[in-house]
Design a protein around this ligand. Structure first.
Ligand code: AMP
Length: 286
């Protein structure tokens, strides 16, 4: 069932709360794939009621990014959600979420701004303001849905860490559930943006997971020097790849690592043509 308005959704939430039901929220931007599906399945398995939000959040896109061309497939998304057993697809318009004034100008919106330490790196460096938009919309969704659990993918590990920090700092009464990355059999991490890749670019895109798997294998063999591990990436890169970052950070705190260890997460972002892809892997067993 698709609901477009906050007031309609709130009616359902009120009834569910009255009955003491456990509510799960899966925030997405739609164009749902197996990665999203794994989050929704987890919520349906763990909660009495599951809300999947489908909202291409304009305030998390930077100027020049793909807001207009971002894939929108609401009917198919709803079908997928219904097949898994989700109860509601919440698909508000930007106007419904932010109101008339905010559509006209961001100057009228109260933002949730995550700490500089967490955003001044990885995707936050090139996507200035992105995580302000993410935290603001996720906070709004938490207030609307009042979920007991909210499900996020490790595919966007920086986002997951920032949201956990926001929940802790603002005492938001929700438990964040971290879900593993779902990949194609080729290793490519599933992403709605993979739709943009032309056939030959899809081959190029395999470099990200190959680099990460190889770094993990090298670490397992005993290499802990981060410069040496970074060096192993270059043979996988060619003129089709524009490497934005390859970083080794603490998996919980995003502090820079001097020596790789089991708590290290390796983050990579590469541009292939116009398509910006991200991936990451933990060096520990998780
Ligand atoms: P998005 O629609 O891209 O904003 O993603 C919505 C949620 O799905 C986020 O928590 C993502 O981390 C998660 N997600 C996206 N792709 C994957 C994937 N391949 N595996 C696991 N989770 C994913």
């Amino acid at each position: 069932m698709i609901l477009h308005t906050i007031s309609e959704l709130k009616e359902y939430i009120k009834n569910w709360k009255k009955k003491g039901l456990i509510i799960g929220l899966v925030p997405t931007m739609g164009a749902l794939h197996e990665g999203h599906k794994s989050l929704i399945e987890k919520s349906v398995g763990q909660c009495d009621k599951t809300v999947v939000s489908v909202f291409v959040n304009p305030i998390q896109f930077c100027p020049g990014e793909d807001l207009e061309k971002y894939p929108r497939t609401l009917e198919a998304d709803n079908e997928l959600c219904e097949n898994i057993g989700a109860d509601v697809v919440f698909a508000p318009s930007p106007r419904e979420m932010y109101g008339e004034e905010t559509i006209l100008s961001n100057d009228f919106l109260t933002y949730v701004i995550p700490p500089y330490f967490y955003v001044n790196k990885l995707c936050g460096k090139s996507r200035v303001g992105h995580f302000d938009g993410v935290c603001t919309v996720v906070n709004k969704l938490f207030n609307i849905v009042q979920p007991d659990y909210a499900f996020f993918g490790q595919k966007d590990a920086q986002q997951l860490i920032i949201i956990k920090k926001m929940v802790k700092d603002l005492n938001i009464p929700v438990e964040i559930v971290s879900c593993p990355i779902v990949r194609e059999s080729s290793g490519l991490a599933l992403s709605s943006r993979n739709k943009y890749l032309k056939d030959e670019e899809k081959d190029s895109a395999l470099a990200l997971s190959k680099i990460l798997f190889n770094i993990k294998a090298c670490y397992a063999k005993g290499i802990t020097d981060i410069e040496a591990l970074k060096e192993t990436a270059y043979p996988y890169l060619n003129e089709t790849h524009n490497l934005e970052y390859l970083e080794f950070l603490d998996a919980e705190t995003l502090k820079e690592k001097v020596i790789a260890d089991n708590n290290t997460r390796v983050f990579i972002a590469v541009k292939i043509g116009d398509v910006r892809l991200i991936d990451n892997i933990t060096l520990g067993v998780r």
